[in-house]
Design a binder for this molecule. Structure first.
Ligand code: SAM
Length: 223
């Protein structure tokens, strides 16, 4: 049984996809996808021994050894050519870490048709990496679970380079268009938090004025 966050990631995986779930920890995502009959093959990549062992354990517990291969490796090094991976999922990390995993594993991205990414923070820098590497964002989701708000970004390689405005990079082209209740909540909370930070800075008097101005301008944009 998946968390709402991972269930949302799972819902974006195409039927019979061959997936590499990077930073898989317990391999909950690929395990649920196989048990649901949605996919037959997955790699569960982990760079840390403890989480890797969690994955091994989960795979054994459900007898999924035929379907899910755990690999102890850094980022996309978990992927081998013969795996014929067409979909990569990376969830539960910062956006800049996800971007660096993609950047360092560029040679493994050939043949991959879809990236399903769930950054916990730093969505903007991840979108920027996607744009600069000829990916087109095809879907976005925003969900709330246990008081946390998560964004999920789906991207596919495009022949023509896609340009996004700074607004779209910051807020997400699809999320910005829909402006749903969770999106509004996320940015209202952001405004409240940042407003408090700026007030505290003003009171502290030690922060350079131009730094405060910069934050203030950003606040106005979000507003
Ligand atoms: N993907 C799962 C989820 O969304 O629930 C687990 C998220 S967990 C917070 C992040 C995992 O990413 C950790 O287990 C960590 O070891 C792994 N990780 C971090 N950097 C990695 C890298 N370069 N390559 C593979 N795994 C990595």
């Amino acid at each position: 049984h998946l968390s709402a966050r991972l269930a949302s990631v799972a819902s974006l995986v195409p039927l019979n996809a061959r997936i590499a779930d990077i930073g898989s920890d317990h391999a909950y995502l690929p395990a649920a996808l196989v048990l649901d009959g949605k996919i037959k093959f997955a790699i569960a990549g982990e760079v840390v021994k403890g989480p890797f062992e969690n994955a091994v354990h989960e795979i054994q517990a459900h007898q999924l050894e035929e379907n899910i291969i755990p690999r102890l490796a850094d980022g996309l090094a978990a992927i081998k050519d013969k795996d014929n991976i067409d979909t990569i999922t990376i969830a539960g990390m910062g956006g800049s870490l996800i971007a660096s995993i993609l950047e360092r594993g560029k040679d493994k991205l050939e043949g991959v048709k879809r990236l399903i990414l769930q950054p916990n923070v730093g969505e903007s820098s991840l979108r920027e990496w996607l744009m600069n590497n000829r990916y087109q964002i095809t879907t976005e989701k925003i969900i709330e679970e246990d008081g946390h708000i998560y964004e999920i970004i789906v991207a596919e390689p495009s022949i023509v380079p896609f340009r996004y405005s700074q607004y779209e990079l910051d807020f997400g082209p699809f999320l910005l268009e829909n402006k749903g209740p969770i999106f509004v909540k996320k940015w209202r909370e952001y405004l409240q938090r940042e407003g408090q930070v700026i007030n505290q800075m003003k009171q502290a008097k030690k922060i350079p004025v131009d730094k405060i101005d910069q934050l203030q301008r950003r606040l106005e944009i979000v507003k």
